[in-house]
Design a protein around this ligand. Structure first.
Ligand SMILES: Cc1cc2nc3c(=O)[nH]c(=O)nc-3n(C[C@H](O)[C@H](O)[C@H](O)COP(=O)(O)O)c2cc1C
Length: 191
């Protein structure tokens, strides 16, 4: 069996709490982004873009999240503030994947959304193949109206996810997986 197949058969996300330095260097990050932008894309619309958070930018964005949470949450506490401030510092690099659908006479929006999901998954698989721990998450800030402006999202754009990347020596137990046979049928003609 090829290494790729073996890796995909065992693939596990590494939860953000288990990620640490080092993250991908500049060359590795460029490779990851190149792979992310190489997904199936009907009509060559490139219906995705990437926002990289690294270094100090992670702390700057955390302060914005803290302020928004303070404003939004009636039960805001200093502990919650600290959580928000440190959110993007949980991993050395975070890549925000933005789904950018456009109205097109032939390519439905649905297909453009799927392509953005594929970009996220390419990042997950490629980062794993490079030996990094990786988790695709959304959490509250992917959906919050007030976060759209600091993220620089245009009206037609949505967050497909945030890909947290780092190193980890944690080997997670496998997660319960669905019974494959329950998901598969063989089409045998219509009645
Ligand atoms: C669109 C999307 C959003 C997700 N958001 C979160 C999240 O906010 N928090 C979380 O713990 N897991 C989230 N997950 C799940 C993780 O990416 C991951 O699948 C999960 O930790 C299970 O690990 P596994 O990939 O090894 O099966 C999300 C997955 C997807 C596809």
């Amino acid at each position: 069996m090829s290494n790729t197949i073996e890796m995909l058969l065992k693939r596990r996300s590494i939860v953000v709490a288990d990620l640490s330095e080092p993250g991908p260097d500049e060359a590795q990050l460029e490779t990851l982004l190149r792979i992310a932008a190489r997904v199936p894309d009907h009509g060559k619309l490139a219906p995705w873009r990437f926002i990289v958070f690294k270094g100090e930018a992670r702390a700057d964005f955390g302060r914005i999240l803290e302020n928004i949470a303070k404003h939004n949450l009636p039960d805001f506490t200093p502990e919650r503030g600290a959580l928000e401030k440190n959110r993007f510092l949980r991993a050395p690099v975070v890549i925000g994947v933005v789904s950018c659908c456009q109205s097109h006479p032939k390519i439905p929006e649905w297909e453009q959304v799927l392509s953005a999901g594929a970009a996220c998954q390419n990042l997950v698989v490629a980062a794993g193949a490079m030996g990094f721990g990786v988790q695709w998450i959304t959490e509250w800030y992917a959906y919050d109206e007030a976060v759209r402006q600091p993220l620089g999202l245009a009206k037609h754009e949505k967050m497909a996810g945030f890909i947290y990347l780092g190193s980890s020596d944690v080997v997670p137990e496998d997660r319960k997986r669905p019974v494959l046979d329950d998901l598969i049928s063989h089409w045998q003609g219509s009645e």
